[in-house]
Design a protein around this ligand. Structure first.
Ligand SMILES: *[C@@H]1O[C@H](CO)[C@@H](O)[C@H](O)[C@H]1NC(C)=O
Ligand SMILES: *[C@@H]1O[C@H](CO)[C@@H](O)[C@H](O)[C@H]1NC(C)=O
Ligand SMILES: *[C@@H]1O[C@H](CO)[C@@H](O)[C@H](O)[C@H]1NC(C)=O
Ligand SMILES: *[C@@H]1O[C@H](CO)[C@@H](O)[C@H](O)[C@H]1NC(C)=O
Ligand SMILES: *[C@@H]1O[C@H](CO)[C@@H](O)[C@H](O)[C@H]1NC(C)=O
Ligand SMILES: *[C@@H]1O[C@H](CO)[C@@H](O)[C@H](O)[C@H]1NC(C)=O
Ligand SMILES: *[C@@H]1O[C@H](CO)[C@@H](O)[C@H](O)[C@H]1NC(C)=O
Ligand SMILES: *[C@@H]1O[C@H](CO)[C@@H](O)[C@H](O)[C@H]1NC(C)=O
Ligand SMILES: *[C@@H]1O[C@H](CO)[C@@H](O)[C@H](O)[C@H]1NC(C)=O
Ligand SMILES: [Cu+2]
Length: 583
């Protein structure tokens, strides 16, 4: 029944069509949120428990002229979620390992809301000295949400809040002010790679029709070592490229894949045939796949045998639909595609999530015969056109040029620098809290904060002079991508100036440039960082101070102060093992 393909140990695969056999699962299905099985739930057009009478809560806000950013309907609805964060030992791919999970589930639960709703997530930090790990702080980030008016709920420790201390709780409350596909994840150190992440779907208008929402298709590299250990080898003093660029052990789709147990570490518990993710397509229907790269470091190519895909959105930005044989997602990026099940109705097809071996280290060396020649970059900027046009302001108020490089410092650690500074987070003194107190001088250079004051339009030119690509993510904003290419920016080239690519995460290629521009409409202190977990750990991060004068006038919610008091108290009796730059 399965169409024969070259068997590759680490290639995550999916079957579509009708598929009867049930595969062994090494994780109880109630701990996987039902994802990755052919009977996984489909996703609705919109959540129907909305009291508004006019059907979909966004009513007539459809089609052209409605940039989702800054245009959300008022629904008066709050969606509540409760996250119990604790350590556990699970074996998603058959290899038993200790991790940190929400509600004992992997991947973590989906946050769902309609555009314009409020979302409330109560996070209980129950990370204790169990399962071979230690108690540690946490903080939860809701990727791509602008947090306009609620910058203290951005979930970045040392930026927007103190870490939530073990034994304490914290409630995030923010507006679903954009719509589309995203994810939430811990922003404390590289902690999310231990299992602390899940999808976030915000239902909104459709600009392209389709029949079935297949829901999240979460792609990502996966590591069997404890995250502290991976961070240590990435930043540590080994001069071996194969050590300081860590190798992932597996590649999962919706938390599933098999693992070749003969490669497992000595004395580990490993079960073969843990099971592949599967999806069921409805013959003839058009399906929406919400692709997201929820991994730690790997750039991924995604394709479906026998089917073409139509790209309809990148991150939270709808695009003019275009056909693609494969799509590329770096860490943190999302791409929504439509697939029409117009091939043989009874057949099964491989879904392929391939880690580009030219861009990322991955233990499954079984080279793909059809591996794309790939430069570790996103699609050409010319190809992607935002559905809601917005032209470039050719005269930005501030331009900042930043050189990105990698160094080995005097004590042998690998560190990233942005204009010679390696960012380091002070968990006890969040930058935003300081700004509210009227203190925005940030004398510690390691905070690496750029104060853009009251400028309206800011352009940031990143030139990297090292051999790594970086998926750069900006908090609080969707940005325009003006240019991306080899070498340093020439200071003038802008691709599609009448309507350039917009998104919240974009790849800067090796030895290349990435030029972004955004409107300073969101007072706060926002991180602009590489989303490769190990690179953020090694300090590839800046803070952007936006309209500080407006911050200083505002009242900080009590919970922000309380969280710092709790953290201070906890750190007086526990040693915080800050293994990295902190975010
Ligand atoms: C799954 O079900 C088992 C048996 O009913 C239960 O012990 C376990 O706590 C459940 N796990 C989750 C994550 O709900
Ligand atoms: C690397 O660090 C280890 C301890 O982490 C130390 O024992 C070793 O001497 C260091 N090597 C170099 C070359 O600095
Ligand atoms: C599993 O790994 C072993 C050791 O590397 C290798 O010899 C074997 O061929 C692999 N099995 C499969 C099915 O790939
Ligand atoms: C594996 O277990 C054996 C027997 O208990 C022990 O001798 C060996 O040191 C263990 N290896 C590792 C890497 O822990
Ligand atoms: C790998 O990337 C380099 C540039 O970083 C490029 O020159 C080379 O062609 C790529 N190789 C393949 C096989 O894609
Ligand atoms: C080198 O970098 C590491 C990690 O950031 C840091 O702990 C150490 O203090 C640095 N050494 C020097 C001499 O700055
Ligand atoms: C970074 O350091 C180099 C070498 O010391 C120096 O030439 C360069 O001007 C510095 N860059 C910035 C932005 O300070
Ligand atoms: C401002 O914040 C810095 C830490 O970032 C601190 O060292 C300094 O004392 C603060 N100044 C005031 C006036 O609070
Ligand atoms: C604009 O930003 C620059 C830093 O890039 C800063 O020096 C300047 O004061 C800012 N202008 C305003 C009006 O805030
Ligand atoms: Cu990076």
């Amino acid at each position: 029944m399965i169409r024969k393909t070259r068997a590759l140990a680490c290639m995550a695969s999916i079957f579509s069509g009708v598929f009867g056999a049930s595969l062994t699962s090494r994780m109880p299905q109630n701990a996987t949120n039902g994802w990755g099985t052919i009977d996984a739930p489909m996703y609705p057009d919109y959540l129907t428990d909305n009291p508004l009478p006019s059907g979909k809560p966004w009513g007539h806000r459809q089609g052209h002229g409605n940039d989702p950013y800054g245009n959300a309907p008022v629904t008066g609805v709050t969606r509540y979620y409760d996250f119990d964060v604790r350590r556990a030992t699970l074996a998603p791919d058959g290899y038993e390992k200790s991790g940190i999970f929400v509600n004992g589930q992997f991947p973590g639960p989906a946050i769902e809301a309609n555009w314009g709703d409020w979302i409330e997530v109560r996070v209980h930090n129950n990370i204790e000295d169990t399962d071979g790990g230690k108690a540690e702080g946490t903080a939860m980030h809701f990727h791509g949400i602008t947090q306009k008016g609620t910058p203290w709920f951005d979930g970045v420790p040392g930026f927007s809040q103190c870490p939530i201390a073990p034994g304490s709780s914290f409630t995030y409350r923010f507006r679903a002010d954009v719509y589309g596909t995203s994810w939430w994840h811990s922003h404390y150190s590289a902690q999310y790679t231990a299992g602390l992440w899940g999808p976030m779907i915000i239902y909104g208008p459709k600009h392209v029709p389709y029949d079935v929402d297949l829901g999240p298709v979460m792609l990502g590299d996966y590591y069997h070592s404890e995250y502290h250990d991976v961070v240590e080898s990435a930043s540590g003093n080994s001069t071996d490229f194969n050590v300081y660029v860590p190798w992932s052990d597996n590649n999962l789709i919706n938390g599933k894949n098999n693992y070749n147990c003969s490669m497992a570490a000595e004395n580990s518990t490993c079960y073969a045939n843990a099971g592949l993710a599967q999806f069921r397509f409805q013959p003839g229907k058009t399906h929406r796949l919400r692709l997201m790269n929820t991994g730690a470091a790997a750039l991924i190519h995604f394709s479906l045998d026998g089917h073409k895909m139509k790209v309809i959105a990148n991150d939270f930005e709808p695009v003019v639909p275009y056909d693609a044989d494969f799509v590329t997602l770096h860490v943190g990026q999302r791409t929504d595609v439509l697939v029409t099940a117009n091939a043989s109705p009874a057949a099964t097809y491989w879904m392929r999530s391939t880690i580009s071996l030219n861009c990322s280290h991955h233990k499954c060396r079984g080279a793909r015969a059809d591996e794309k020649t790939f430069l570790c970059k996103n699609d050409d900027l010319e190809k992607t056109v935002p559905f809601f046009p917005k032209k470039v302001d050719l005269h930005p108020d501030a331009v900042e040029t930043i050189t990105v490089d990698l160094f080995t410092n005097a004590t042998g650690s690998h560190i990233w620098t942005m204009n010679n500074v390696t960012q380091y987070t002070n968990y006890n003194s969040p930058l935003l809290l300081e700004a509210y107190k009227g203190n925005f001088t940030f004398p510690d250079p390691k905070a690496n904060v750029y104060d853009f004051g009251a400028n309206k339009t800011v352009r940031i030119v990143l030139n990297t002079v090292y051999q790594s690509a970086h998926p750069m993510h900006l908090h609080g904003h969707s940005f325009q991508v003006l240019a991306e290419g080899p070498g340093a920016w020439d200071g003038k080239t802008i691709i599609n100036p009448h309507n350039p690519v917009r998104r919240d995460t974009h790849t800067q290629r090796r030895y290349g440039h990435l030029v972004i521009q955004f409107t300073m409409d969101n007072p706060g202190v926002w991180s602009y960082h590489c989303h490769i977990a190990w690179h953020a750990s090694m300090g590839l991060n800046i803070g952007i101070l936006e309209r500080p004068a407006e911050l200083a006038k505002k009242q900080v919610p009590f919970v922000i102060d309380q969280t710092c008091h709790d953290w201070d108290r906890w750190t007086k009796t526990h040693v915080v093992d800050q293994v990295d730059a902190g975010i």
